[in-house]
Every structure is written in C-alpha cells, then in structure tokens.
Design a protein. Structure first.
Length: 376
C-alpha cells in the first residue's frame, strides 16, 4: 500500500471592491466595514473560513480571508460577492457615493474575476514561520505594482538578499499579463531582466501577475510567492467606472525577500496612473490604513501595507506597516511631487496620454469636435 501524505495547504484570498464611497471617493463608511465583518464572522463560525480581516484603502473595502479550499474557489468567491451585495444595500440606504460601483454584473456566475472586484490569491504549504504582506492601493491601476514588485524580486540595489542569500541566487520568475491581447508570458530573472523591463515598463498594458522562486530556492519553484490583482474595470465595463485600485500579496523571508526588502521599493514615491478621474500621473504615497483617505484632487494615490504572520491559517496581525516614521520622508516627497505635478493642470505628463484616456469621456468630446477640423 502506498503511503499518502496529506499536507494541509493554506489559501489566502484578498478580494476587494468599491461598493460606495464616503464622501465621494474618499473613504469606506464604518457601516460597510461592520456588515462585512458580520458576514465573514458567520463564515468563520461555520468553518468556511479559517480567519479573516476586513480592511480598507481609500474607498475600497478589502476582504482578507484564509481558508483551505484553494484559489478560484467558487464558494469563497461567492462569499465575497454576497458580502459586497449586502454592503451595497447599506451603501444605497446611506446614499453613499457610487453604491455598488464595482459590482458590474447582476448575478454571481462562479468566480468574481471579470465581474468588477479585484482578486489576489496564493495557496501554499505554510513554512515554520510565514510572514505575509498584503498591499492595498487606491486611485491607480494594476501597473502601479510593476515597479515595486520588479524591485523586490529582481533589483539587487533594493534587495541585498539577491546578492547575499544563496537561496536567491537562482533569481525569480515573473508571470506577466498582456492586458490588451489577453495573453501571458513568463520571464526568468536575472537572465531575462532587460527583456522583461522592455515590457513591464509599459505599465498600462503589461502587468506583473505572479512571481515564482527560481532554481535552488528554499521555496518550491511551483509555488507562487507573490500575486497581484490585475482586473481592469474599464476593460470589463467598456467605459471608465473608477480605477482598478489593485491589491497584492507577498510572502517574505527565509529564501524570499525579507520584510524590509519587500517594503523598500515603496520608499520611492514612483509615478503611477490614476488620481483624479483616473486620468492623471501622480506619486504613490505609502501610508497607514487610517491615512489612506485620498483628499487632494481625490489623491494622491495611496498604498497601505498590512503585515501578518500566518499560524495554520490564522491571521496573526495586522501590523499597519507604513504607519512607521521611516516613511515620513517618502510622504513628504510624495506631497512635493504632487504639488509639482498639479502645477501642470490639464497638460501632459500630469494628464495621461490620449491612448490611456480611451475609456473616459474624452473620446465623446473628440467626437463632438470631429466635424470642425479641416485639412491643413
Ligand atoms: C478616481 C475616482 C475619482 C472620480 C472623480 C469624479 O479613481 O474615482 O477621482 O473619477 O471623483 O467622479 P464622478 O464622475 O463620479 O463625479
Ligand atoms: Mg469610488
Ligand atoms: Mg478606490
């Protein structure tokens, strides 16, 4: 008789949606947090979830859930969908802004992907100690993760472990999505680093979806160690309905980038697409969850980092990481850059180039003036 070893894997699912803002697109109302907590607590009691944390970033409600049912699980996605539907009822009653905004379909069809909410999920065998960071962004799109995720796993000037830790000498493999053609490709770093940058530098089209350890790493090459939500609302809805406001999950330490190495790219407030009307370039400002209330011109874009230790699926934490004073300088810099960019008003590069505004109201305006143009 062959011996079958059953190892319990943990799945962490982060599913988020903007189901109504307060005021405008600034914050999540406490009533929405309350209803989400109630729904997920019931699911935990029934054994459907191992654990959960309800968070927020700007106007996005964030469901951080652990379970043992794997990624793309219909039951878990339905739970998230039902939670957003219940929250939408509350949002409608309070007349919150854009109630139900990200629920782009009337009925759940098995998976929330393509229905509006953003999803990032990882399934893995928990190591002796399993530090995980959940990043949540507001007022931007999935390409905003390209630069920081690239730097965490491929830039030795950011991550000393790539040089010093023998487990990381084999580098990492990046799964990249082409969001225009609906195709994907995997690049191996460090050997294909330059080629990968040729693509992921175009962050409105190519987005890093997952990262896998390279050969020789302590963590299996088959287990993704980072995952980014890549859903693009405009492509699902066919028009601008708010920014995608992506999330990411990153596992850390013991052969993977350390917590500090994973956080290091965010010390640079890089320019991302989004901000007011999803039509502007602005600096990414790291901040605490309570500070993630984009106010100045509905911005500037924010990123929150919640740190957890997993203990057999239990979410020990969170630590609200960017609360730390060591990010004060970055916030100050981000405010300076925001001021500098704002001075350009409606001019590029503050405003996005025409091709990135195709889902906004700009094409309607261009249509209106089409007949007024004459040949030069
Ligand atoms: C950006 C965002 C906001 C809105 C802006 C206009 O992602 O959601 O900046 O685009 O507040 O919103 P409406 O058109 O709903 O008045
Ligand atoms: Mg909103
Ligand atoms: Mg948002």
């Amino acid at each position: 008789m062959t011996e079958v070893s059953i190892c319990m894997k943990t799945t962490i699912s982060v599913i988020k949606a903007d189901i109504g803002g307060f005021p405008g697109h600034q914050d999540v109302h406490p009533e929405l947090i309350k209803v989400a907590k109630e729904m997920l607590a019931t699911a935990k009691k029934s054994g459907q979830l191992t654990d959960f944390f309800v968070g927020k970033c700007g106007d996005d409600l964030q469901l951080i859930m652990t379970h043992s049912k794997g990624v793309d699980c219909k039951e878990i996605h339905k739970l998230a969908w039902d939670t957003f539907v219940a929250g939408t009822e509350v949002a409608k009653r309070l007349k919150l802004y854009g109630a139900g905004q990200d629920l782009l379909s009337d009925a759940f069809s098995g998976n929330v992907k393509g229905m509006g909410p953003g999803v990032a999920e990882l399934e893995f065998e928990e190591r002796t100690s399993e530090p995980v960071i959940v990043f949540m962004m507001d007022k931007t799109d999935p390409g905003a993760f390209n630069l920081p995720v690239y730097r965490m796993f491929a830039d030795p000037f950011c991550t000393p472990g790539l040089v010093i830790d023998p487990s990381m000498q084999g580098g990492f493999h990046f799964e990249v999505y082409d969001t225009v053609e609906g195709r994907k490709i995997t690049f191996k770093t460090p050997e294909e680093m330059y080629s990968m940058l040729a693509f992921v530098g175009s962050r409105s089209r190519y987005v890093i979806k997952r990262v896998y350890p390279g050969p020789g790493n302590k963590v299996s090459e088959k287990e993704a160690v980072a995952c980014v939500s890549t859903e693009k609302l405009s492509q699902i809805a066919g028009q601008y309905v708010g920014k995608d406001d992506p999330v990411a999950i990153v596992r850390c330490q013991s052969g993977l980038p350390a917590v500090g190495e994973v956080l290091e790219p965010f010390s640079f407030p890089h320019l991302v697409a989004g901000w007011m009307r999803g039509s502007h370039q602005g600096p990414m400002m790291p901040c605490a969850m309570e500070q993630a209330t984009p106010t100045r011109l509905d911005g500037p874009p924010r990123v929150v980092a919640l740190g957890f230790q997993l203990a057999n699926g239990t979410l020990v934490g969170p630590a609200d990481i960017f609360k730390d004073v060591s990010y004060d300088y970055t916030r100050q810099k981000a405010n300076e850059i925001a001021e500098y960019m704002r001075r350009h008003g409606p001019f590029e590069p503050h405003r996005l180039p025409e091709e990135d505004l195709e889902y906004t109201n700009l094409p309607k305006l261009q249509e209106k003036f089409k007949g007024r143009f004459t040949k030069i």
